[in-house]
Write a protein of this length. Structure first.
Length: 307
């Protein structure tokens, strides 16, 4: 196992995931099942990393409430270093509510991530030592633009990876594109980041355009269509593994975890993409992000299946 340490800075939520037993209809309730579990983009990535044995450090904010206490305990038990997580006395722990169709696809979702805006770094609140001890920082755009810039300006020898998260939040990365070493995005988010017209460019073309901003490794996913990787001056296309989805929650987060897991083992980006796709495929076959079925053993087995 690699000795490289990864620090994840971002959102920590309580996910409330609802699975409908039948198609949704407006103005009425729908029978189904509702589950609560740890979530948030940053926390999902950290949990998936922990499933793969990486022992990541997580930094974010929790409220001083029952949800916050549950999440702190859950993340620690998962194998994540939570020593630098901040508890905000007056804050409300972040929450994500997702409604899934009977086939596992997402119908609609709401993210309450106001508390993540409280993650900030300054002379009064310096970057925690646990993060300074890391070799790679993974940030995501639930953070404020000023916080993202603070991390970019403080990265020094570290690799800085970033996740665009959503169409609305992706533009926050514009001021720091030249400082990002690895960018994870999708076609819609990349389009928003580059201020292009929707559908104007393919995943490969978007990856190439982002690379011209000075990003060494760019990954542009496109739902269940081929993913584009641009690195070392060339672009390649990679088809997601074919599986029957149960729940798409956390698929992108698992891809990031799998890619960085392989990268920490010094695998080339083209090989690391396969680990990312394998992690995502294992995740969508289960309910919720970072399922217990994700492990180094299951990842290796999935890679062998698709060798």
């Amino acid at each position: 196992m690699s000795t490289k340490k990864v620090g994840v800075i971002g959102a920590i939520h309580l996910d409330r995931i609802a699975h409908a037993d039948r198609p949704f209809k407006p103005d009425t309730s729908t029978p189904g099942k509702i589950m609560s579990r740890a979530g948030g983009v940053g926390a999902n990535i950290a949990r998936a990393m922990a499933r793969l044995g990486m022992q990541p450090t997580m930094h974010g904010c929790l409220g001083d409430d029952a949800d916050g206490a549950f999440l702190a305990k859950s993340l620690t038990e998962c194998g994540i270093d939570t020593s630098s997580i901040t508890t905000v006395a007056e804050g409300r722990t972040g929450s994500y509510l997702a409604l899934h169709n009977p086939d596992g696809t997402l119908f609609s979702a709401i993210s309450d991530s106001e508390i993540t805006a409280m993650v900030s770094f300054s002379q009064a609140h310096p970057i925690p030592q646990a993060l300074l001890d890391c070799d790679i920082w993974l940030c995501e755009t639930n953070l404020e633009e000023a916080t993202l810039l603070s991390l970019a300006n403080a990265k020094e020898h570290r690799l800085l990876a970033a996740d665009t998260v959503s169409i609305a939040k992706a533009p926050k990365l514009r001021p720091l594109l030249s400082k990002i070493d690895i960018l994870f995005t999708n076609t819609d988010e990349a389009t928003a980041l580059l201020e292009c017209e929707p559908g104007e460019f393919s995943a490969e073309e978007l990856a190439q355009k982002l690379a011209t901003a000075g990003i060494p490794i760019v990954l542009v996913s496109n739902s269940n269509k081929p993913l584009a990787l641009h690195c070392a001056g060339s672009t390649s296309s990679h088809t997601p593994f074919s599986v029957v989805p149960v729940d798409v929650t956390g698929a992108g987060d698992a891809f990031i975890a799998g890619f960085l897991y392989a990268s920490c083992l010094n695998e080339a980006p083209v090989s690391a993409v396969k680990s990312g796709l394998a992690s995502a495929s294992i995740t969508v076959e289960a309910t919720g992000a970072a399922p217990e079925t994700l492990s180094p053993q299951s990842l290796k087995a999935r890679l062998l299946e698709h060798a």
